[in-house]
Design a protein around this ligand. Structure first.
Ligand code: UGA
Length: 414
């Protein structure tokens, strides 16, 4: 397997067995694959000449109107199209693109550049990716489903035969459809999950108004109904990352252009934005004003098991804390380096959760790292000036914390 990137530093790092993103297990897997010659990185597209399958996995960032920027996809297709060899090389679109992109933009460009014809001497499929950051290995090896979109029979058949071999032991359900439907499935899936998060965050806010009520119990009970489903009902500071925010925006922009009402998805976005505001105003009220207070923020990554802070709620919330003149200390087990690049010297960086808590007035938990759930009440009461905890991820158990700390959490009625 050959991995191509135009970024020489990235390729060099990968070839040295160093992943460019954090995920448990990726480093050893990469080293193993490199050392036995099963993976190598390169910046030279000509190394694709013998490839039977070419996966396009480049980014499709948001543009101002919420749509997506296709320039990197186009440039990759141009480069790939110029070097294709063999009888029927199959180009597979993994990048998330709005419905119609593969048929109307990728296909003509690829045919022009390669001088080949899709379905005759060139294959083209849409094969959206559903892995989650932080569990990419598991999600790749044991996917819930595989979606293949194709316009011609041969491309679809070859893609399916590849996956049947790849998943010989546990073949997941494979959905074969046309290109546009496959592209739509990706957006429909992510928008639905984002909607679930905004839904549960709204229910959490209502629970907070009911004394004794607890969103965790509500979520667990409604999740037992298979029509609702128990996953993705974890209330929190709002969704972040490089996918949900971007994909919901792109779906809205696409639907608007097609004249379809987008109020559902706009509400999903608005609720997500206001969830950060909700955290800040709760914190302001509970602490008697944030000005001058030392706030220890535990967790910066947009979720646990990753070092990614793109569109992370932590960044929105820290910005608001600073605006309210709080003194912010931050700690995350793996996302410190990425955070430094964004927040620079506006906050104080701690080397551990405990260091961050020393003398703090407020502890704000924003990422569900396991190590934070192991902090005992004694740690908070001994180290903090005033042990006020706001748990925006529900990782601490209120009944175990006792009376020595003041515990507040998302979705907990008081
Ligand atoms: C998401 C999808 O889950 C993947 O299926 C998809 O392939 C990927 O986007 C993508 O399009 O590439 P990812 O962004 O890695 O994956 O992370 P998720 O686990 O989906 O979490 C997204 C956000 O929702 C995080 O900020 C997370 O903390 C939040 N979330 C998730 C909640 O607040 N509550 C939940 O119950 C679940």
């Amino acid at each position: 397997m050959v991995g191509i990137d135009v970024d020489e530093d990235k390729v060099r790092a990968l070839n040295a067995g160093k992943p460019t993103v954090y995920e448990k297990g990726v480093s050893s897997l990469l080293r193993r694959a490199s050392s036995c010659g099963r993976f190598s990185g390169t910046t030279h597209f000509k190394e694709l000449a013998d490839a039977k399958l070419i996966f396009i996995c480049v980014g499709t960032p948001s543009v101002e109107d919420g749509g997506i920027d296709l320039s990197v996809v186009e440039s990759a297709i141009r480069s790939v199209g110029g070097v294709l060899g063999g009888k029927f090389p199959l180009v597979v679109m993994k990048s998330t693109v709005i419905p119609g992109t593969t048929a109307n933009k990728v296909k003509p460009l690829l045919e022009r550049r390669s001088g080949r014809k899709v379905g005759v001497n060139l294959g083209l499929c849409s094969n959206p990716e559903f892995l989650r950051e932080g569990s990419a290995i598991r999600d790749t090896l044991f996917p819930d489903r595989v979606v293949v979109g194709a316009e011609d029979g041969r491309s679809g058949r070859e893609m399916i035969s590849f996956y049947k071999r790849f998943y010989a032991k546990h073949t997941p359900p494979i959905v074969l459809t046309d290109l546009g439907t496959a592209e739509m499935i990706k957006y429909a899936g992510n928008a639905f999950l984002a909607m679930k998060v905004s839904y549960i965050n709204t229910i959490a806010r209502i629970c907070e108004k009911i004394p004794g009520s607890d969103i965790e119990v509500v979520a667990q009970a409604i999740g037992l109904d298979p029509r609702v489903g128990g996953r993705f009902l974890q209330a929190g500071p709002g969704y972040g990352g490089s996918c949900f925010p971007k994909d919901v925006s792109a779906l809205i922009s696409f639907a608007r252009r097609k004249g379809v009402d987008t109020s559902l998805f706009e509400a999903v976005q608005d609720i997500n934005t206001s969830q950060a505001v909700h955290v800040i105003s709760s914190l302001g009220r509970l602490s008697g004003g944030l000005e001058g207070k030392i706030v220890a923020v535990l967790g910066l990554a947009f979720k646990a098991e990753t070092d990614d802070i793109r569109s992370a709620p932590s960044i929105r919330i820290i910005d608001a804390l600073l605006l309210r003149k709080a003194r912010v200390r931050v700690y995350d087990p793996v996302a410190m380096e990425n955070t430094r690049k964004v927040l620079r010297d506006r906050v104080t960086y701690s080397r551990s959760a405990k260091e961050s808590l020393k003398g703090a007035d407020v502890c704000l938990i924003l990422t569900e790292w396991k190590e934070f759930s192991r902090l005992t009440p004694g740690v908070f009461s001994k180290l903090m000036r005033r042990p006020l905890i706001y748990d925006a991820r529900r990782i601490l158990e209120s009944r175990k914390l006792g009376k020595s700390v003041q515990y507040h959490a998302i979705g907990l009625g008081s």
